[in-house]
Design a protein. Structure first.
Length: 422
């Protein structure tokens, strides 16, 4: 029987760690490499700060966590799972991916297959990462080492749609590489493998998945703003529209995180190099980028003047995760402060010290009553407090703003508070 290949995962974040765990659980000799020595120490101690894996899950498998790049040398297959964000001008930033590719190239052995899972614009794997690997290794791509691309589909905080239960798209530089990677991922992914005909197809598929969600949410966000102008609740409108069998239900809100609010810019950037204007994708991004300001303006108008005390609940990009990457809660906070309000901030996944490092003032419900309590991220901790708990933290006649329409608005109004949603 042929022995299993040794697998090295480069980048132990929300994507890389579950992937490493999946391979180790199936008996692969697995190395998890990350430049963050603190992260490596925590994982070796059985703690995952992203909360994707429990201590029990970390301890049930045997794998090596390392901050030493030389450990990459023993791998037959290297899977690169590094972040590809945008900068302050929303321009794609692949500097981390470039640096990671260089590190892999300097430490990989001949015959290695290097697979990229990061979201990129089509062509990045072969036109940028491949040459970096060649230069760093002194080897020839397609002869001495090979490329693959298999886009990540991890949904942070989602305990239902996990690595094993999501169909995996796989592509390879050659038919042989494709078959090798399909067998590798297929041994871990229960939902099945989709073999893309080439790497560019797989890269493009990943980018459009999240761009499609971005556009759908942008449409609903624009409808929510429209409803606000009409003086009707967007939730009531959506409840009515959803009675039609083919209406797709998306909910309005802030669009942040490392995927939906980022990936469309990678398509826009590539389109520019081809002399193409992306009207629909760009319009969707513009709508979603404007929501934070709209929310702040809604709150300010409902308060009827500046100088109010406000408690903002939730700073992560989505509920029940500690991930603050590209979160738009900060934009709402800054806009409220610009309106002249005193803003305090709370999030169960952020300590007071971390909140202060972000330039905000820590607050808590028990420190009220406030003129307004703003529920931006409906963490389970807030839902357990319930509507009554938020009412108690708000002054009589004050405002409770419910971004996701989670709370019982009737109860809030009967208690003598204003209730506003997006």
């Amino acid at each position: 029987m042929q022995s299993l290949p040794t697998v090295c995962i480069v980048g132990l974040g929300y994507v890389g760690l579950p992937l490493a765990h999946g391979f180790a659980k199936k008996g692969y000799t697995t190395i998890g490499y990350d430049i963050d020595e603190g992260r490596v120490s925590e994982l070796n101690a059985g703690h995952d700060r992203t909360k994707e894996l429990s201590s029990k899950e970390l301890q049930e498998i045997s794998m090596t966590f390392s901050a030493n790049p030389k450990d990459i040398q023993s791998a037959d297959i290297v899977i690169v799972a590094l972040p590809t964000p945008v900068d302050e001008t929303n321009t794609p930033d692949i500097s981390i991916l470039r640096a990671g590719s260089k590190t892999v190239g300097e430490n990989m052995k001949k015959g290695t297959i290097v697979v990229f899972e990061s979201t990129v614009w089509p062509g990045t794997t072969e036109e940028i990462c491949g040459p970096i690997l060649e230069k760093a290794s002194g080897m020839v791509c397609g002869t001495d080492f090979f490329l693959g691309y298999s886009p990540e589909r991890i949904n942070p905080g989602d305990k239902k749609h996990r690595l094993e239960t999501i169909v995996k798209v796989v592509s390879g530089q050659t038919p042989e590489v494709l078959e090798t990677l399909s067998a590798l991922y297929g041994s871990v992914i229960e939902a099945g493998i989709h073999k893309a005909p080439n790497i560019k197809v797989a890269e493009m598929a990943k980018a459009i998945e999240n761009a499609q969600r971005d556009l759908n949410i942008a449409y609903i966000n624009e409808i929510a703003m429209f409803c606000g102008k009409l003086g009707i609740a967007s939730k009531d409108v959506l409840d009515a529209a959803c009675t039609k069998w083919n209406f797709l239900r998306f909910t309005p809100g802030l669009v942040g995180g490392h995927c939906i609010g980022v990936d469309p810019y990678y398509l826009v950037e590539k389109a520019k190099t081809l002399g193409m204007n992306t009207h629909v994708i760009t319009a969707g991004r513009a709508v979603n980028e404007a929501v934070a300001r709209f929310v702040a303006d809604q709150i300010h108008a409902a308060l009827g003047g500046k100088g109010k005390s406000i408690l903002v609940l939730g700073t992560t990009f989505k509920e029940d995760v500690p991930d603050t990457r590209n979160s738009k809660s900060g934009d709402v906070i800054q806009a409220l402060k610009a309106h002249g309000h005193t803003v305090s901030v709370h999030d169960p996944y952020m300590s007071g010290e971390v909140i202060q490092r972000n330039g905000w003032t820590p607050g808590a419900l028990e420190q009220g009553p406030y003129d307004a309590v703003i529920l931006l991220v409906p963490h389970k901790e807030y839902l357990s407090i319930g509507t009554e708990g938020l009412i108690g933290a708000t002054k009589n006649g004050g405002l409770i703003y419910d971004l996701k329409s989670i709370l019982d608005g009737t109860v809030i109004v009967m208690a003598g508070r204003k209730y506003v949603t997006l």
